[in-house]
Design a protein around this ligand. Structure first.
Ligand code: SF4
Ligand code: SF4
Length: 430
């Protein structure tokens, strides 16, 4: 580990950092502060650290980096903040600075620069990397491995599905066409949640939308932006903007909350580039989370049947807010409206529904100890709700909740993506 001497070259927008008035109203929303009680693990403590590193008062070394690494990037502090502090942007700029100037251990460097940046964003590489993991699990050899590796393998589901979706999916026969939307296939989603993609496209087609899924799209850049590699995130954003703007679309649909927040942030990511700023803003304005888009459609065009709560065996359902939907995109009502439309009185609210589950992109790989504590906390709340199904909107959350509920012995609770829940309800009426 190395320390950087003296004041740093400016990486932080000081005006944005000074928007924090240290009121502390965000502390109760911050998962890491709730767990450690340490002010340095709170939003205002971290903003103070960021400014202190920039000013050269705190060296870029062990403890300071630890407190910043421990941040989930969940942005719950932004939702709670009355001063409108753009914490997510401050964190991304600081992480970019850390990755350029701080030497990590060999294991952390491999994990961040190779596994997360060179494998995850490429579906075929990821599929290859998953093969040994799936084999170890099937043969039950995982119990022989060290705990840290076992924890990682626990996240890999037994039933990864890479079901391909066509480049163009027309509206259903007999359905009036309402428009044409693009579809972001993503990285983790396309390798592990192929069936969820099929459900998503089916819901859109049944609602009257032709769906275009360009083959040459690339990772949205979220993994890079959150991991401290803003240049690569910007490069990917430019490729996607160029590709999708040629297609003359009414909207660009994403069913993964973490990717959605980055796609909606392209305008800000490229705001310093005059050649791209306006194009990026236009692209971001088209991006809609699947739940946000479906809930905004007129109810008479909805393919999903309403109110099954009268059915005797209708299961009790709850909802976990993915941080990047609830906090980064401020979307909480649309998914609940869609679920309530089916579950009716069998929908129950989850205690701490919008508190991070510990997944946070690749956080559960880089910070397994804190991720495990938050996973356990979430699993307890889900079990306490009495729900038989927990629904969410992000692949990372699904994997984290599944592993947490398995660890807690709650094998009877199903974790579902909202697209699968809605598509299943639609099938039951057909
Ligand atoms: S981030 Fe916002 S809520 Fe938190 S201490 Fe600063 S001003 Fe207050
Ligand atoms: S992003 Fe989440 S973990 Fe980080 S300071 Fe804000 S609330 Fe806390």
């Amino acid at each position: 580990m190395s320390a950087s001497p003296g004041p740093s070259s400016p990486f932080l927008d000081e005006t944005k950092a000074l928007a924090c008035v240290h009121c502390g109203l965000c502390l109760g929303s911050c998962p890491t502060y709730l767990e450690t009680g340490n002010e340095n693990d709170s939003p205002r403590g971290r903003i103070y650290l960021m400014r202190s590193i920039q000013a050269g008062r705190t060296p870029l070394a062990g403890q300071a980096v630890r407190h910043l690494d421990l941040c989930l990037g969940c942005r719950a502090c932004e939702t709670a903040c009355p001063s409108g502090v753009e914490y997510g942007h401050l964190l991304e700029a600081t992480r970019d600075h850390i990755e350029r100037n701080f030497s990590r251990s060999t294991f952390q460097t491999f994990l961040r620069r190779v596994a997360i940046e060179r494998v995850f964003p490429y579906p075929w590489r990821m599929q290859l990397a998953l093969l040994p993991a799936l084999l170890l699990k099937r043969l039950h050899f995982d119990s022989w491995l060290p705990k840290s590796i076992r924890e990682m393998l626990a996240l890999v589901p037994h039933d990864c599905s890479r079901a391909a979706i066509p480049e163009i999916s027309p509206v259903d026969a007999g359905t009036t066409k309402c428009g044409r939307v693009g579809f972001i296939s993503g990285c983790v989603m396309s390798v592990m949640f192929g069936r969820t993609h099929q459900s998503s496209v089916r819901l859109l087609n049944s609602s009257g939308f032709e769906v275009v899924t360009p083959r040459s799209q690339v990772c949205c850049g979220a993994l890079y932006a959150h991991g401290g590699n803003l240049e690569q995130a910007r490069a990917n954003a430019r490729i996607n903007i160029e590709l999708f703007e040629r297609l003359q679309l009414d909207a660009v649909i994403i069913n993964a909350a973490g990717c959605g927040s980055t796609l909606k942030d392209y305008g800000s990511l490229l705001s310093h580039d005059p050649a791209w700023a306006e194009r990026a803003r236009r692209f971001s304005a088209l991006v809609k989370d699947l739940s946000e888009f479906l809930a905004a459609q007129p109810s008479d065009s909805s393919p999903v049947p309403a109110r099954r709560d009268a059915q005797r065996h209708s299961p009790r359902v709850t909802f976990h807010d993915a941080c990047h939907l609830a906090h980064a995109q401020r979307i909480t009502k649309p998914p609940r409206d869609l679920i309530r439309g089916i579950a009716g009185r069998n929908f129950v609210e989850l205690t701490e529904a919008d508190l991070c589950c510990g997944s946070a992109g690749s956080y559960n790989l880089t910070e397994p100890e804190m991720a495990g504590r938050l996973q356990e906390r979430k699993a307890k709340n889900i079990i306490h709700s009495g729900a038989e199904i927990v629904i969410t909107t992000n692949p990372g959350c699904i994997l984290q909740l599944q592993a947490g509920l398995t660890k807690a012995g709650a094998h009877h609770i199903r974790v579902m993506h909202i697209a699968d829940y809605l598509a299943e309800a639609m099938s039951s009426e057909e």
